[in-house]
Design a protein around this ligand. Structure first.
Ligand code: NAG
Ligand code: NAG
Length: 455
């Protein structure tokens, strides 16, 4: 009996047996339904294989970089860039949309029209046109300035309030457009967002001046979803020295302060990415040597291509990598014309020069994109807003970058660093590393020693 011979295909075989007789019509009907079921199963299996293939290809551990997708890119650079970005969309390390919300709309999320043409560089139609798969929403507030914060940085604690407001406005906008944005706090979340064709939305705090001198605040920012803290902005703070802006400023701590070293340790333990954009060369060097986890520059370019303090010098770039004595890391290239080229010369080719320089000194696996859109007043020719990323990809394709290298640049390299930072945190926590409870020694609002501690 066919019902007994192929129980897997026919399902309930006892039911089959009850109805089995010599009726030819019935036999034909049965054969037809059998064929239908076989077809259904084959198609289901094929469908499953297809989904598994997509999952492995798109969101598997080697997403982008090693096992990409089959087929060559088109010969035409613009078509190639779009095709590439459809598979491996941009993950931008630094976008200042929350700042536009603060200064343009007093943070009224309800009033901000992200489906319309926004005044600066970012809105939903242009994000889609530019094939953006994720970005860090910078929850930046400015340095208070030395007259307001006092010499020991003790006074500007309202900057913690302001940072909270920027976290709030970022989250409000992410939640206002759930069909576009997906809140993300892990490398797995980012991959999932991209798989769902949403824009992974991560939070970054742009300067340890936003911590109110407190490592406890760092931990609470992490709990609020923040996944990188830039160690400085354009001012020094209690933890670390800044590089200044165009010209270098003279050091205060000569790199990290003692509390700054502790901050880095705690960032490693909790899985907060250490962002070295804006830091002085000494700060960057000390962090690279001290950090147990890979480091990032969320929005910095190459000083050898354009000599300004904000760019990363070759001596520091050479400390990055996977060789002996090096630390893994990523430099996400900034588009700000002031950092890209002499006045009036910034364009997509010059930005590509920065990408290629970093790729030459470190490797193509250590470079990414950190446009600084919405945080810069002007933009390079050809990279006017978030719809223009394909121009940069096309330019590098013209220069011979292959699809895996390009996919690393657009997002894969960042995901590798992010996942490695998460791994270090898991390891440290599973080894029982204790939280860092050091208190800034200049604080006057806490007793200078704890109960029972010797004088
Ligand atoms: C915020 O924006 C909404 C929508 O435009 C408006 O109805 C509301 O009054 C605004 N709130 C404030 C405090 O301006
Ligand atoms: C900082 O705060 C302290 C204590 O309230 C005050 O004495 C000092 O004048 C303030 N410094 C500045 C620069 O505002």
């Amino acid at each position: 009996m066919s019902g007994e011979a192929e129980p897997l295909i026919h399902g309930n075989s006892s039911e089959q047996r009850n109805y089995a007789h010599d009726d030819a019509e019935h036999e034909a009907a049965q054969q037809q339904s059998r064929a239908l079921r076989v077809r259904t199963i084959v198609w289901s299996l094929l469908g499953l294989l297809f989904i598994v293939g997509i999952v492995i290809g798109l969101v598997g551990p080697d997403y982008y970089a090693d096992h990409g997708w089959s087929g060559a890119l088109p010969k035409d650079p613009d078509l190639a860039a779009r095709r590439l970005l459809d598979m491996a969309p941009v993950i931008d390390g630094h976008i200042d949309l929350p700042m536009v919300a603060r200064y343009g709309w007093r943070n009224n999320v309800s009033a901000i029209p992200l489906h319309d043409k926004m005044p600066m560089h970012v809105d939903i139609p242009r994000l889609r046109e530019g094939r953006v798969g994720g970005f860090f929403w910078s929850t930046y507030v400015p340095c208070a300035g030395s007259s307001a914060e006092g010499k020991k940085f003790l006074n500007a604690t309202w900057r913690v309030r302001d940072t909270m407001e920027q976290i709030d406005v970022a989250k409000g906008l992410i939640m206002k457009y759930p069909e576009t944005f997906q809140y993300a706090v892990s490398s797995a979340d980012v991959k999932d967002s991209i798989f769902q064709r949403k824009i992974a939305s991560l939070l970054g705090v742009e300067g340890a001046h936003q911590l109110g001198n407190s490592i406890a605040v760092l931990r609470q920012y992490y709990d609020l979803g923040v996944r990188y803290v830039t160690l400085t902005h354009v001012c020094h703070n209690a933890f670390a020295d800044s590089c200044g802006y165009i010209d270098m400023i003279s050091p205060l701590h000569h790199g990290l302060s003692p509390l700054g070293f502790k901050l880095v340790e705690e960032m490693n333990r909790i899985g907060m990415l250490v962002d070295l954009s804006h830091t002085s060369d000494m700060t960057a060097t000390q962090v690279i040597m001290h950090s147990k986890a890979p480091v990032m520059w969320s929005h910095s370019s190459a000083r050898a291509v354009h000599n300004v303090a904000r760019n990363v010098p070759d001596e520091v770039l050479r400390m990055i990598g996977t060789g002996e004595g090096q630390k893994d890391g990523i430099v996400m290239v900034n588009f700000s014309p002031a950092f890209v080229a002499p006045e009036g010369e910034a364009d997509v080719e010059r930005v590509a020069d920065h990408v290629e320089h970093i790729a030459r000194v470190v490797s193509k696996k250590h470079v990414g994109i950190g446009s600084d859109f919405d945080g810069i007043m002007d933009t390079p020719k050809g990279l006017e807003d978030v719809s223009k990323y394909p121009n940069l990809v096309a330019e590098l394709f013209r220069r011979g970058w292959n699809k895996y290298e390009l996919a690393g640049l657009t997002g894969g390299n960042f995901l590798r660093i992010f996942a490695a930072v998460e791994d270090v945190a898991h390891k440290l926590q599973s080894e029982g590393a204790l939280p860092v409870y050091d208190v800034y020694e200049e604080r006057e609002d806490m007793p200078s020693r704890r109960v029972g501690e010797a004088l």
